[in-house]
Ligand binder design. Sequence first.
Ligand code: GLN
Length: 313
Amino acid sequence: GSLPNAERVAALMQQAHDQFASLDDGAVADYIPSLGTADPALFGLAIVGVHGDARAVGDADHLFSIQSISKAFVFALVCEALGHEQVWRAIGVNNTGLPFNSVMALELNGGRPMNPMVNAGALATTALAPGETAVSRWAFIRDGLSAFAGRELEIDTVVYESEAAANHRNQAIARLLQSYGHLPGDPIEVTDIYTMQCSLLVSARDLAVMAATLADGGVNPVTGRRVVGEEVCADTLAVMATTGLYEMSGEWLFEVGMPGKSGVSGGIITIAPGKGGLATYSPRLDAAGNSVRGQSATRFLSKALGLNLFASR
Ligand code: GLN
């Protein structure tokens, strides 16, 4: 299968944008102080097919920090470096049923992270990035995410500094992982690299290219460059399906029928394997930290474009 023809995709994206732009439920995240300044009116959609064909509507070129969406791509890069077995044993692949920054989830699981899409498991994943020094581990992550995007990604220093000054909870989670023997390296340094990865600036258009790379078995369809292997993509999509929208992942899969990943700045990516990647951006979030308009637009487009993976045709 493939995506419907370009005109139909463009018309449905415009319809989704027009229909859901009036939704103003939810609130912009402000526990990271600088995220609170985002304009709640922003709304962008982008789709990139596995042949590199791109479509965008609304504020698809607005740059925002990638936040938790980075978790999917760092997981893929670490899987590529370490392999399926080691990552499975070290990080886990099950949903916690609890919020993304839960400490209790870690305690209830005997101090082991449960999956790479929530903060504990994401910190443990970042800790596994190969490299002799913090600088080389950070380069591994930044270069890898840039290869997914097909351009050199840069940190939003305002967001980085704002979160770095306020991320005591993530530091505590990293220290707790260390105390249980599940975080190699220095927890404060790992938290800092994690905070940098979350601060990388992307647009919905960039995210759609990154998502399309996962849809294309690890080859960036715009640059033609292989970023990770096919098995790694399958592993990453499986974990996104179980936990990409945190404790709401079941409802997401029920409504959308595809793996997705959200972040607190308001982005969501969705992957139609073998077809393409969809990205939405709108900063107002529901209680679980998932973009309200993004969820509605993605649900609409999944149905309208016939992308549900569980449909027999
Ligand atoms: N950097 C954010 C944090 O650790 C990412 C969380 C998210 O996007 N859900 O809190």
